[in-house]
Design a protein around this ligand. Structure first.
Ligand code: PSV
Ligand code: MN
Ligand code: MN
Length: 394
């Protein structure tokens, strides 16, 4: 094995990918939710499935919760249960987009009473983080307007800043705020946090514990996401990724399915800034690599395993770039040589390298096949009757 491959293997062994609780449950589009047999009926069963993904991949030791979708009486008990299953509870995702009160917005709503209700929910999420030991609070706002004149764009920014300040000040020393942006949907005329620049500006105003979350599905077609990654890395404000794939809008398909080359380019920026592990921190912690996906027509657990493998494959390729050759070509003005250094790595079949790493970790080299052979799917289909729907309509 070359030195570069050996170093790649060490880095891949340390890589961590968080899975989302909602991806294990039934989901769909606004047209139809296709129920699948064996899906979790409560947060406890979602955790059991997340633990199963970790058991077969070895690199997915935490699961993100979404509140109130994952509301339980005792969050300490939920965290203990996760620990007993070999995983931990990761990011807490707030939800201020599903209540009738939020028709005109949550923290940016013109009604101060609705704003209070929304901010109180965000503060409750920090209480939950205290109980679960979670480090990160992820905020995404569906807030915006549909028609010119509907509300003051500027006043909504002021209301947003006020709510964020209150929540930021409630964070503990080891807790971070991840502010996610999204171009459009459900609002179609203005969105209150539409892009990385808006998120970054609010984070700067708030302080060092506020960092940007890049959801790869939340951009206009053709957006150069790796540029955003490079900019935020340099500014020290890249806190997290919500990985998924899109063809058209916020499709939430498996990461690396639509455009594996884009995923490679993103991960190359991360690797070249030494930001894969603890070499880079934002808000006092390394980048959180999370999935934010919905598996509407495909089997969920194998799809999540596949997604984890897709991130690993893109990372492995990024780690194999011959950085010496790249640097020489770049400084010598050799455009084609520099491009070839990237393309050579992207064209490498990294599956044998990853299979070998898994064997070294005591895992099956083919986690999807191992899951299929394990009998877990048959067991949950037999045991779980009446699985629930993730999110919308839950
Ligand atoms: C919004 O589209 C989003 O990406 C946010 O992260 C939400 O929390 C999540 O989707 C719900 O699936
Ligand atoms: Mn997201
Ligand atoms: Mn989304």
């Amino acid at each position: 094995m070359t030195d570069r491959a050996a170093a790649a293997r060490r880095a891949l062994r340390e890589q961590r990918i968080e899975t989302p609780s909602w991806a294990y449950a039934n989901s769909g589009t606004r047209f139809k939710v296709f129920a699948q047999a064996g899906v979790p009926r409560d947060p406890w069963e979602k955790l059991a499935d997340a633990a199963t993904v970790h058991r077969f991949t070895g690199v997915a030791p935490t699961v993100a919760l979404h509140i109130p979708w994952d509301r339980v009486e005792d969050y300490g008990a939920l965290a203990k249960y996760a620990g007993e299953h070999g995983i931990g509870i990761g990011t807490i995702n707030a939800n201020v987009f599903q209540d009738d009160d939020y028709k005109l917005g949550s923290v940016t709503n013109p009604d101060p009473g609705v704003r209070r209700k929304a901010t109180d929910h965000l503060l409750e999420c920090v209480d939950i983080m205290d109980a679960t030991g979670s480090r990160d609070l992820k905020l995404w706002f569906a807030d915006g307007t549909n028609y010119p004149g509907q509300d003051s764009i500027r006043a909504r920014q002021d209301r947003l800043a006020e709510a964020l300040r209150e929540v930021y000040d409630r964070l503990g020393d080891d807790q971070r705020m991840l502010l996610e942006y999204k171009l459009f949907e459900p609002a179609f005329y203005t969105t209150d946090v539409p892009d990385w620049g808006t998120s970054y500006a609010h984070c700067l105003e708030l302080g060092p514990k506020a960092t940007v979350c890049i959801d790869t599905g939340h951009h206009a077609p053709g957006t150069n996401i790796e540029f955003i990654v490079a900019f935020l890395l340099r500014a020290g404000r890249l806190g997290a990724f919500d990985f998924n794939s899109r063809f058209y809008a916020d499709d939430d398909l498996m990461v690396g399915a639509a455009d594996p080359f884009q995923l490679f380019r993103i991960l190359f920026e991360i690797v070249s800034a030494d930001a894969l592990g603890t070499g880079y921190t934002s808000g006092g912690a390394p980048i959180a690599f999370m999935l934010d996906q919905c598996h509407n027509i495909e089997a969920k657990i194998p799809a999540i395993i596949r997604s984890v493998l897709n991130v690993q494959e893109a990372t492995a390729k990024a780690l194999l770039v011959d950085t010496d050759a790249l640097a020489a070509a770049q400084s010598g003005g050799d455009v084609l040589g520099a491009n070839a250094a990237l393309m050579d790595a992207f064209s490498t079949d990294v599956r044998p390298l990853l299979g070998g790493l898994r064997e070294e970790m005591g895992l099956d080299p083919d986690p999807v096949a191992a899951y299929r052979r394990s009998g877990y799917q048959e067991r949950i289909v037999a045991e779980r009757v009446g699985g629930t729907q993730a999110g919308w309509g839950a």
